[in-house]
Design a protein around this ligand. Sequence first.
Ligand SMILES: *Cc1c(COP(=O)(O)O)cnc(C)c1O
Length: 629
Amino acid sequence: MSFGPREANKYYGIDAWGHGYFGVNARGHLTVHPTRGTQRVDLFNLIPRLKRRKMRFPLLLRFPQILHSRVEELFGAFDSAIREFEYPGRYRGVFPIKVNQHASVVSQLVRAGKRFGMGLEAGSKAELAVALQHDLHDDALIVCNGYKDAEYVKLALRGLEMGRNVVLIIEKPHEVDLIRKVAKRAGVKPLLGARMRLVARSSGKWERSSGAQAKFGLTTQELIDVMEGLKRGNLLDGFCMLHFHIGSQITEIRRIKAAVREGARVYAKLRAEGCPLEYLDVGGGLGVDYDGSNTSYEASMNYTISEYANDVVYIVQEICDAENVPVPTLVSESGRALTAYHAVLISEIGGQNLQENGEELIVPADAHESVRELYEIWEGMTRKNHREFFHDAEARRDELLSHFDLGYLSLRDRAICERLMMMIGRQALHYAQDDRFRLEEFEALEKRMITKYIANFSVFQSLPDSWALDQLFPVVPIHRMNEEPTVPATLCDVTCDSFGEIDRFVDLRDVKESLKLHPLQNGEPYYVAVLLLGAYQDVLGDYHNLFGRVDEAQVFLNRNGGVRVSQVRLGDEAHDVLRLFDHDPETMIERIQSQADQRVDDGEITKAAAKRIVQEYRDALAGYTYLRF
Ligand SMILES: *Cc1c(COP(=O)(O)O)cnc(C)c1O
């Protein structure tokens, strides 16, 4: 059976999780479709250009047009729902900055969202500072979440003075007093919201953000106390928003519906009590289907953006009608869904473990008898006898290893034994593919035979949730997809940490424990992409082993199909990351200099050698933190 783009697309699941943004072209290259149109960016063909711009691997490509497309899809979905249900209110989404605080990402989203009245959500003073200087629509909201101090409150009030719709969300009852005092001193009337704690729980990995034990949110009693406090403080007329957030990546639509139902009911009751609420903010949680399975599995979601918008709009309207109160302006804080698709990491594979050294295996005449027997097993194995022969081989191998322990086996014989076992294992697995009943030991063997490809990147810097939360991200080679991938592999990163490995891969029915990739060809580079990294991964990196920020660039598709690469930003050099941790590169160089001088004085090395040592040390500090394969 021939293998081509269609088979590759299916095997890697590209259409399933790609949401129309990714594909495979006739040359077997991975393509990006930033506008979801027919024009595509061929990632493999882009590489020479990136190299001319001095970019190195690993590198991160951002597709700002994908951010625009996501904003349009989200706001479009709410617009359609509002029209369909004749909802007599509006939608005013905000982007939560913490999901990706890179200046270029926030700016692109702000630009894309301006015509829709999209606002920003801040969870800290610094994020609020970012939000305040952006050019938002006049009606756009700036929602301030998180714990607060006087400075945070003051900054928000200055925003109000500048005509921005800055809403301070009360997370804890004592914040009412703080806000009242600061507002009085500042002479500004605050806009306020309250974050409530719902009984409704999320589903998936981020379930902890919800329910009675959640870190944030007011209990019902606290909510009532806050309302009374606002009345006493003469602040009730600024109480404009009710907010909840039950967690990120909510996998089941019924959880969302339950939360919205509960939240809308609280909104209606507060309105009926005389709170002038104008906004209902349903928080984040809108998912991304990382594995494309469209299920309630933790890497997926069992609903679409349209269904999400429809349910929010429909439920809120239904409850407001029943309670006979005006509907609110709807707000959501979707971060993951807006940003995940836009960033792609490309890494070069530098080698593999379990590599055959390519030489033909010759068993010398003086090899140990059991080694020769092992070779005969390899020669004699057939489809019919593979189980039995494999067992014989294992027994022979055990024998040989105990000979080695006792000192009776040479290192060369041991090497031949290891290579033979690898060849026998591969062959046995090949035959076992067709077995009706797989033996358990073949399952175990299969796991042992998974090749580790060494990939030039750091899990801890570029996809920390893969390590911290076992989150799945799609991995795809960017070329050679016209060839059948035959090597079951995992990706080991270049950190010295055994957790620095991608060993779980997306699949429609399951989670794959290995991903089939192409055999490495001597001298030919092999590139793989890790996708859907635009939410959170970009900003949680932690410099493990002093691997730093990677080179990055923005890629645009022109109307005529041409591709524009802009805003190349080279990543950290060794001295940059060293400074982050208070090492002083100049002092380090000086120390090497004086050690080298001493060696010269002692007559151990020449002056020229000392000079070379210092220069090369200096060059190393000025180099990219990743490897050059
Ligand atoms: C993190 C966070 C969000 C973003 O959630 P997503 O699931 O990424 O959309 C929204 N609101 C609050 C309060 C958050 O803390």
